[in-house]
Design a protein around this ligand. Structure first.
Ligand code: PMV
Length: 323
């Protein structure tokens, strides 16, 4: 089954109802990671994941034109041969009516392609804009499926707050969608220690495929992820910060262990990453309640309580504010 066949099951028509539309979506940081696909074409996961959306956004506009596609990233016109443009144009092709071209203007509040989940907010914002352009008024559940076809983690960026993405069993993935976790718990903050904003050398898709195909630790990661997912959900229900921190940090490190043990091995950490990791462990020994998570890039995201914002900023001088 390919993406076009899935999209046909979801969208009612392909007639744009306006010439100009907009979408906005937050980045999300996974506390229980998505790493490994049971279907590569449809971005179907092998294990459930859970994230927290952060107040950093991608805003995307679509303008119809009848000439060619134009892709702007943060006000800069990109070549259509650029990797970012190619990925976007391939995705737009899934929704393209005959003889129609798009101008896409996308603004990221955070660096693109540095493991800071900008592809997640990017595809989610694009899906909101496409839904607006065609006036489909799709339920969010279906928007999460459309976003997943762009980038797996984008399914979770359709919502604010804590979000879960279930694995599903069906081959067509219609039962693998994201949903918002019902809670009023707002105690948690995630702060980004920016170690590098260079684009990653191994894409997340390439990385997760290599890990799942070659790392002997991969199955252990998957089995543990199911447990971690339930435990983090319970921690949210109990509003138990320490439990959430411990499990999230361990889940991230287990994901990274599948990368180092792949053949050929790879690692997103740089010396600055390791320095901050040690700093987190030392700070915890000294009584500061701080945990960490890392994605497909070198940057460290600190998980802490909002009430500790000042203490954390003082302790970790390299925290970056993107706004
Ligand atoms: O959605 P992708 O293909 O960019 O993969 C995201 C993978 C991680 O960020 C490492 C984990 C996650 O769950 O977001």
């Amino acid at each position: 089954m390919n993406k076009k066949e899935i999209i046909k099951k979801i969208i009612p028509h392909l007639n744009p109802k306006k010439n100009h539309s907009k979408g906005i979506a937050p980045i999300n940081i996974a506390l229980c990671k998505y790493w490994g696909k049971r279907n590569i074409e449809l971005n179907l996961p092998v294990s459930p994941s859970l994230s927290l959306s952060l107040p950093y956004y991608t805003k995307t506009e679509i303008i119809l034109n009848d000439d060619k596609d134009f892709i702007y990233l943060n006000d800069v016109l990109l070549s259509n041969e650029n990797n970012f443009s190619k990925r976007l144009i391939n995705y737009l092709d899934l929704f393209r009516p005959k003889n129609t071209f798009f101008t896409i203007k996308t603004y990221n509040e955070i660096p693109t392609g540095a493991g800071l989940a900008s592809s997640a907010s990017g595809f989610a914002a694009l899906v909101f804009a496409i839904n607006d352009l065609f006036e489909w008024n799709l339920k969010k559940k279906y928007l999460t499926i459309l976003a997943r076809l762009g980038s797996g983690s984008a399914s979770r960026s359709i919502y604010e707050g804590f979000v879960e993405w279930n694995v599903g069993k069906k081959d067509d993935g219609m039962d693998s969608y994201a949903s918002k976790i019902d809670t009023n718990w707002e105690e948690i903050e995630i702060s980004v220690c920016l170690c590098s904003d260079n684009e990653k050398s191994v894409s997340s898709t390439e990385g997760m495929n290599r890990s799942s195909e070659t790392s002997k630790f991969f199955q252990t990661f998957v089995m543990q992820s199911y447990e971690d997912f339930d435990d983090i959900k319970n921690a949210i229900a109990e509003e138990n910060f320490k439990k959430l921190g411990i499990i999230s940090e361990r889940n991230a490190l287990q994901m990274h262990s599948t990368m180092i043990t792949s053949s050929p091995g790879f690692c997103y950490f740089i010396p600055e990453t390791i320095k901050i990791m040690n700093h987190v462990w030392d700070s915890r020994k000294n009584g500061l309640d701080v945990y960490m998570t890392m994605d497909a890039g070198p940057n460290v995201k600190l998980i802490h309580r909002k009430k500790d914002n000042q203490l954390i900023k003082k302790e970790f001088s390299n925290i970056t504010s993107f706004l």
